[in-house]
Write a protein that binds this ligand. Structure first.
Ligand SMILES: Nc1nc(=O)c2c([nH]1)NC[C@@H]1CN(c3ccc(C(=O)N[C@@H](CCC(=O)O)C(=O)O)cc3)CN21
Ligand SMILES: CC(C)C(=O)C(=O)O
Ligand SMILES: [Mg+2]
Length: 308
């Protein structure tokens, strides 16, 4: 029947019909079916998202911190993002694939924004792109949509400009800040964004804005009122260890398992318990005799050449 990849724990939801599209996401919002989004940064994480039945995969610029080791999202380049996005594409069939435009790749002009959006589509096979903030980003979003590429907006805590926001801190905790978030979200919606991420916003503020939102809103630290949720792959699986944002729920502790696995390997290398016979190639005894003879001949030839 279905040739769709399946999670092997059997705990997965009902099989889905096919590729997730923009109309499908709009239908899910209208039907009140929550949208599940996760980040991915490479082929294995994309394969996991596919097998788990995720609706939207975001190649997040959080890659700067989760897989490249930077201490903010600012340094990651378009070139780096394209490598990661293309790897994700090769692991995905079903979810919508969104490329996160990195800091510096869309602010300069509509032309720059359209060019880099097209690179995500043409060079990495993305279905859509995401950009941060209101203000000039609203014009960039409009330009990219008009150029034929779907755009996801992102308001609230916008990590690319976190220094202007006082760091990685929740937003919308004053009337002025909450009103600004609402205005930015509405402007992005009017610019043609097919969905908007709300990040690190009080749940009560999200609830007040939601009735005005006609496109799907995907929350991360924005409470339960949104149309869907997104988390960073490495956070929800506990790949990294160390501090995680307040909104993260750890569903696994993969780092512990990875360290234990590598440590067990190191132990067995040192005790020569690995490799065992089952990891070792055999050879036909007659061939082995011929090998022995041939090596003896080579040794003899070498002795005569070099002397000794
Ligand atoms: N691994 C990872 N996960 C993320 O969700 C993520 C990144 N990296 N990198 C970019 C941003 C940074 N993010 C963050 C980081 C911290 C908080 C947070 O909850 N901060 C606390 C403490 C702030 C403080 O120091 O006062 C808060 O209560 O707001 C939120 C979002 C979200 N993004
Ligand atoms: C957390 C999501 C929304 C993001 O922008 C990222 O991972 O870069
Ligand atoms: Mg991002």
């Amino acid at each position: 029947m279905s040739t769709r990849p399946r999670a092997d724990d059997g705990a997965e939801r009902a099989p889905r019909r096919g590729k997730v599209t923009l109309p499908e996401l709009a239908r899910m919002k209208a039907a009140g079916e929550p949208i599940a989004m996760v980040t991915a940064y490479d082929y294995p994480s994309a394969c996991v998202a596919e097998a788990a039945g995720v609706d939207i995969v975001l190649v997040g610029d959080s890659a700067a911190m989760t897989v490249l080791g930077y201490d903010s999202t600012v340094p990651v380049s378009m070139t780096e993002m394209l490598v990661l996005a293309a790897a994700c594409r090769r692991g995905l069939r079903t979810p919508l694939l969104v490329g996160d435009l990195p800091f510096g790749s869309y602010e300069r002009s509509d032309e720059q924004a359209v060019e880099n959006a097209h690179r995500f589509v043409k060079e990495a096979g993305c279905d859509a792109v995401k950009l941060e903030r209101g203000g000039t980003s609203v014009d960039r979003a409009r330009a990219i949509v008009r150029s034929g590429v779907p755009v996801m907006g992102h308001v609230g805590l916008t990590p690319q400009t976190a220094s202007q926001l006082g760091g990685f801190k929740a937003q919308g905790r004053t009337a002025a800040s909450a009103a600004r978030i609402a205005e930015d979200a509405l402007a992005l919606q009017e610019a043609g964004c097919f969905a908007i991420v709300f990040e690190a916003i009080p749940a009560a503020v999200t609830e007040l804005i939601m009735p005005a939102m006609e496109v799907p809103v995907i929350g991360i630290g924005a409470g339960p009122a949104t149309d869907g949720q997104v988390l960073v792959f490495h956070d929800l699986l506990g790949v990294l260890g160390g501090r995680t944002p307040k909104f993260v729920k750890p569903y696994a502790n993969v780092r512990e398992q990875m360290v234990a696995g590598v440590a067990a390997y190191v132990r067995e290398v040192r005790t020569r318990a690995f490799p065992g016979p089952e990891h070792t190639y055999g050879i036909d005894p007659e061939e082995l005799t011929a090998v022995r003879q041939r090596l003896a001949e080579l040794r003899e030839e070498r002795r005569q050449r070099v002397g000794v």
